[in-house]
Design a protein around this ligand. Sequence first.
Ligand SMILES: [Zn+2]
Length: 103
Amino acid sequence: MIKLPNKFEYGHLKYEIVGVPEMNSSDDGSSLGGEHRQHEGRIFIITNSNHTPEYIRMVLLHEILHAISKAQGLGLEENQVSGLAFGFIQALQQNTWMGEFFT
Ligand SMILES: [Zn+2]
């Protein structure tokens, strides 16, 4: 089972990252692998054995992008967040220098 990081900080925002075995659907009815709740300061990620480590990593990045979108006032749509998360992971995997170069 993948070990999640404990926290995500962005500017003055601080999120606790919480692994949960399952979660109810969101308000808009979409089924989720995770959820970010700014008012609670928590990001929930489903980490049950049905989900591969690759999927869980993508879900965490997806939720982080939601948090950044909100903090920056971007108002990104769900499909934009999904596309960016998928694309960013693919870029990182094809360009291993990126992780070190941008930190
Ligand atoms: Zn989403």
